[in-house]
Write a protein that binds this ligand. Structure first.
Ligand SMILES: Nc1ncnc2c1ncn2[C@@H]1O[C@H](COP(=O)(O)OP(=O)(O)O)[C@@H](O)[C@H]1O
Ligand SMILES: C[C@@](O)(CCOP(=O)(O)O)CC(=O)O
Ligand SMILES: [Mg+2]
Length: 424
């Protein structure tokens, strides 16, 4: 029997090359961010017949009588199995959850609750979770292209795999280096992909892979049930990346659906666009295998960023605010900019040209962004994947909900602040 309270955590990601084309089986390059999601499982209420959700980042608080959940749909055997990459969501469970959640009218809250319940009922029995409170806090912006949905999905999947007895406690500390994927990580990743399917119909799997395994990868989704190829990029060259959030809301599900429409209606031109994106990601991969980039390679990488953004624009996934981010960094000749993640708003990355971007120019750029209401991030790439923290004495659901900002969350429960975190 697992003892509560405990926390799980998983990072967000930045896709450097290949968003959207990743859905169409093309290679893409992404790295874990130091911004993370934290999930607390605790017994903060006396009522053992109820399940409580606290998701203050999306202003959502909810509870269900545990007996109302459709536990009967699964037996012990199906809870233990690892889903394959092409497994579809269980239609009976989808129907049951749709009726249970029919009163929630915010799409953001709905998709979070749907993902939560889908993974919970797939992985746990009623006795494992009755009376528990699940609280989510994230230092990632929600719905901004940095993989918040996948980091939440990995937090749910790992917590429920642990509570359901499908995986053991992890042992790796933050500084331990591993070369081989653990079976437990592969199991969590496979279920987190099902969670991403709850969030948008056709995920490539890159976001949950990075959130589970951490680090930096070249990722390629395969056809049918063949597992995706994930090639670790251990010695990423130091990249001076500026991350800018336009704060323009958008949903990955809608953008992925729009691209799918273009791919269906214009198979020939969109096929060529996707092939060009593949060529860009492959050349970028070769360049990024070098531990240090000389000036010529760095210039090529910046050109590839520019080309990749242009192709994403042609697929219709940019936004005037993303174009503003690009225009202003182009005007000041700071470096090359592309949207990251699903686009349509959310974040852009600028690969800074260290020779041209003087501190004064960077200051001017940040000032322009601030005036437009955009937020810039400093974050490191390639951090740890999914982790667990047990023996928590000071944090309760109520305290976690009350934390005001990223710094407070990191200080209270953060992987960077607490060496007691272990990683699967
Ligand atoms: N901190 C959070 N708390 C609860 N749900 C979250 C949180 N962050 C993300 N989500 C869920 O993930 C969804 C955003 O996913 P998505 O549109 O794929 O954007 P992204 O993954 O780029 O952030 C939200 O609508 C919500 O359902
Ligand atoms: C557009 C896509 O390539 C990335 C979506 O990332 P995000 O949800 O916007 O962080 C979709 C996918 O690969 O599943
Ligand atoms: Mg997402």
């Amino acid at each position: 029997m697992v003892s509560v309270p405990f926390l799980t955590s998983a990072p967000g990601k930045v896709i450097i090359f290949g968003e959207h084309s990743a859905v169409y089986h093309k290679p893409a390059i992404a790295a874990a961010l130091s911004l993370r999601t934290y999930l607390l499982a605790s017994r903060d209420n006396d009522d053992t017949n109820t399940l409580f959700l606290e998701f203050p980042d999306i202003q959502f608080s909810y509870k269900w009588a545990t007996s109302d959940l459709p536990w009967q749909l699964f037996g012990e055997h199906s809870r233990k199995r690892q889903p394959s990459a092409d497994e579809e969501l269980n239609p009976e469970l989808v129907d049951a959850l749709n009726s249970l959640l029919s009163k929630i009218d915010s799409p953001i809250q709905y998709s979070a609750a749907f993902m939560f319940l889908y993974l919970l009922v797939s992985l746990c029995e009623e006795k494992d979770v009755a009376g528990l409170t699940f609280t989510v806090r994230s230092t990632l912006p929600v719905g901004a292209g940095l993989g918040s949905s996948a980091s939440v999905s990995v937090c749910f999947a790992s917590a429920f795999c642990y509570l359901g007895g499908h995986i053991q406690e992890p042992t790796l500390k933050a500084d331990d280096v591993t070369v081989k994927d653990s079976e437990q990580c592969l199991f969590i990743d496979a279920w987190a992909l099902m969670g991403e399917k709850c969030s948008h119909g056709n995920p490539s799997g890159i976001d949950n892979a990075v959130a589970t395994h951490g680090g930096a990868v070249m990722f390629q989704r395969m056809e049918s049930s063949v597992p995706s190829i994930r090639t670790s990029m251990r010695n990423l060259p130091p990249l001076n990346l500026l991350l800018t959030n336009t704060k323009t809301p958008r949903s990955t599900a809608a953008l992925v659906a729009n691209v799918s429409k273009i791919v269906t209606e214009f198979p020939k031109p969109s096929g060529l666009i996707l092939e060009t994106m593949e060529a860009i990601a492959r050349e970028a991969y070769t360049l990024m295998l070098r531990p240090f980039l000389d000036k010529q390679s760095k210039n090529r990488l910046m050109e590839l960023i520019r080309l990749n953004h242009g192709l994403l624009v042609s697929l219709g996934v940019s936004h005037p605010n993303l174009e503003r981010v690009k225009l202003w960094s182009d005007e000041l000749q700071i470096g090359q900019t592309k949207l990251t993640g699903a686009g349509g708003g959310g974040c852009a990355i600028t690969l800074i040209d260290d020779d041209a971007a003087t501190p004064e120019k960077l200051r001017q750029l940040e000032e322009k962004y601030n005036q437009a209401g955009f937020e810039t991030f400093k974050t490191t790439l390639g951090g740890k994947g999914v982790g667990l923290l047990t023996e928590i004495t000071t944090i309760t659901s109520e305290k976690l909900c009350r934390l005001h900002n990223r710094n407070e969350i990191e200080a209270a429960v953060g992987c960077s602040a607490l060496p007691q975190w272990r990683y699967w």
